[in-house]
Design a protein around this ligand. Structure first.
Ligand code: THU
Length: 130
């Protein structure tokens, strides 16, 4: 199954009763393993988590820390872009050249990169004097 199809499948498990906006994410790590995540909302709204965050957490829990590719899918009019916080979370574990496939459930697809999603990213280099 393709990375995007794995994101499509896990999206079905999203817990999104408040937004009704289900998101699925799949990450291929450097070893080739795939980790998936879906958004998990909470009645205390800020406690909800994004699909990308779930996939990243699963990757780290498995002892892997290098992202090789990402796919994100939702039932949106245009291919769904990761939120700002998730862009920073992806950048923690991915080189700027890593491809992120954004998709809609009805077949639209857009390829971008972690670097293009987060230009001028804050990184460890910015703390060089600390
Ligand atoms: N959401 C994600 O899971 N990933 C994104 O990158 C965009 C937003 C979720 C969070 C919330 O559960 C719902 O979509 C509406 O914002």
């Amino acid at each position: 199954m393709s990375l995007l199809d794995q994101a499509r499948a896990v999206r079905e498990n999203a817990h999104a009763p408040y937004s009704n906006f289900k998101v699925g994410a799949a990450i291929r790590s450097a070893s080739g393993r795939v980790f998936v995540g879906c958004n998990v909302e909470n009645v205390a709204y800020p406690e909800g988590t994004c699909a990308e965050a779930g996939a990243i957490a699963a990757m780290c829990a498995a002892g892997e820390y290098q992202i090789a590719a990402v796919a994100v899918i939702a039932d949106s009019p245009d291919p769904v872009p990761p939120c700002g916080g998730c862009r920073q979370k992806l950048a923690e574990f991915a080189d700027g050249a890593v491809v992120v496939t954004l998709a809609t459930t009805d077949g639209a697809q857009l390829e971008t990169t972690v670097g293009d999603l987060l230009p001028g990213a804050f990184g460890a280099d910015h703390m060089a004097r600390s």
